[in-house]
Design a protein around this ligand. Structure first.
Ligand code: HEC
Length: 489
């Protein structure tokens, strides 16, 4: 037994990963190359659900969520790259055409399949394993994982109550192959798979995510005629123990696309975002209502040169479009409900923090997640009478400047301490959960897990109350409060 334990300690996770990669041809590494059938049930489908007898009695004929995990062993050919990769996304007069074509690709076969990936007859889509784990566990009705808190007034001037976000991500064939390479040896996921220059998501990768909130049209009028689903969620974001069945409403869709054409901006990724607007419903059936998602914008870089310091505070009356940005384009259409966007008008979604941005947050994705998803500076500033952040005061700090630099795909944010997860935060979350579970089961740690303090992967902000405490405490003490406790109010 002792010898066995010693062996585990000596053969560290990274060594296993390296050996696996070197000894087998691409896509075939690891012990369990097994049959497709074998792989299908490797990972749990969800982590939180009502008891089975209650489910059968109260939801007769309904199915629970099934993780799409039959990840493709081979990389799809270039001929499978979706057609919208030909549209010039960085042409200010055509980006919306690009984004709508990307949306059409994500919806193709999905509306008929009611977004059940396995039922899509046109394209294969997959889900990230391991999000069933821990207090943010995915739930059994629709596989929605708990994500972030929503502050009062974040979504609309009428929004008096706080809310929460639950979501499910979909990975296309190209991205799914990376999930295969990383997770094929289920008990030894290979963290090198997303590390450049050799690893990383290939050209053709499309990942999208549908985000739902438990707030409804009484707080957020543009959620009228909502696209809704059942979900087994915590009654409030702060509660991490209890769960109830509640209706959740589609509020936002996120998309990230790995496109070589974006490499000239120093990144290689394009982020896109949509916001739901029920005012456009016009008699659509429930399944068709996903089409009420209106483009917010796209982002393919952080515009590092643009340092003017402003945010659009909650509640938002009007979308403030910053036309000087070269790597973010925002939709000026009246169909789009007013958006707060991110720092300086960079792209950010309705449920995201107005001091961050899609790319700056996602480029921190690494394993172990040493980088904070949002630097402390995002919470230090002058607050308005309603408690919302009005103006940041520490935007000349090196950590803030780094957050708005451009990072090339496959590059770790902290290269001395971590491996890149190539902008995929679900990857870093899944690897983190896996290792948490493994440490508990093995009853020990590996030396390289001590390369840096891990940050909790949370996309949400701190509540107003805490932001004020931070401001008072000043920069020296703030590290004690953040970000480990982020969102736990
Ligand atoms: C402050 C951090 C933060 C911001 C800002 C943010 N995200 Fe994310 N995002 C996350 C985290 C954490 C996850 C993983 C957990 C989850 O799914 O929520 C994630 C997951 C995703 C995924 C699923 C794929 C993956 O592997 O990560 C997509 C797609 C995505 N985000 C796109 C976007 C887009 C588009 C925006 C801007 C409109 C955005 N994100 C803004 C933190 C952020």
């Amino acid at each position: 037994m002792n010898k066995h334990r010693m062996l585990w300690i000596v053969v560290s996770i990274f060594m296993i990963a390296i050996i696996a990669r070197c000894s087998a041809p691409d896509g075939q590494q690891g012990e369990h190359t097994g049959s497709t059938e074998e792989n299908k049930n490797t990972f749990p489908d969800f982590g939180a659900m009502i008891p089975i007898n209650q489910f059968i009695k109260q939801y007769p004929g309904q199915k629970v969520f099934k993780l799409s995990q039959d990840y493709p062993k081979t990389l799809a050919g270039e001929d499978k790259i979706p057609d919208f990769f030909k549209i010039p996304f960085d042409d200010k007069s055509r980006w919306k055409e690009w984004l709508m074509a990307a949306r059409d690709y994500c919806f193709d076969g999905m509306i008929e399949a009611n977004f059940v990936a396995q039922d899509n007859k046109k394209h294969n889509w997959y889900h990230m394993p391991w999000l069933h784990y821990g207090p943010l566990a995915s739930e059994g009705f629709n596989g929605l994982a708990k994500e972030a808190p929503i502050n009062p007034y974040q979504l609309s001037p009428q929004q008096k109550h706080p809310g929460q976000v639950y979501a499910l991500g979909f990975y296309n064939d190209f991205a799914g192959h990376i999930l295969y390479k990383m997770w094929d040896t289920a008990n030894d996921p290979d963290p090198f798979v997303t590390q450049g220059p050799k690893g990383g998501f290939p050209e053709g990768t499309v990942i999208f995510k549908l985000l739902y909130t438990d707030l409804d049209s009484t707080d957020v009028p543009y959620l009228k005629d909502s696209y809704e689903r059942n979900a087994y969620i915590t009654p409030t974001f702060a509660d991490s123990v209890n769960r109830v069945v509640k209706k959740v409403h589609l509020i936002q869709m996120d998309i990230m696309v790995r496109d070589k054409r974006a490499e000239k901006y120093g990144t290689g990724w394009i982020f896109g975002n949509f916001c739901y607007n029920g005012n456009l419903n016009n008699g659509k059936t429930m399944r068709e209502r996903v089409k009420n998602l209106v483009p917010v914008g796209i982002q393919f870089g952080n515009d590092p040169q643009y340092k003017t310091n402003w945010i659009n505070p909650y509640p938002v009356i009007k979308t403030m479009i910053n036309d000087t940005l070269k790597e973010t384009f925002i939709n000026a259409s009246a169909d789009l409900p007013p958006q707060h966007l991110g720092w300086g008008g960079r792209l950010d979604g309705p449920v995201d923090l107005n001091t961050a941005s899609c790319m700056s947050c996602h480029q921190t994705a690494e394993f172990p997640q040493v980088a904070a998803l949002v630097p402390d500076e995002a919470f230090i500033g002058d607050t308005l009478a309603n408690g919302a952040m009005g103006h940041l005061t520490q935007t000349n700090d090196p950590a803030w400047i780094k957050y708005y630099q451009n990072f090339r795909c496959g590059t770790a944010y902290n290269p001395k301490q971590a491996l890149s997860n190539d902008f995929s935060l679900q990857t870093s979350l899944a690897l983190g959960y896996y290792w948490d579970w493994k440490n508990k089961n093995i009853g020990g740690y590996y030396a390289n897990q001590f390369s840096g303090v891990e940050h909790v992967v949370r996309r949400g902000g701190v509540p107003f109350k805490r932001a004020r405490i931070l401001k008072k405490a000043g920069p020296r003490q703030k590290a004690n409060v953040l970000p480990e406790n982020q969102g736990n109010f």
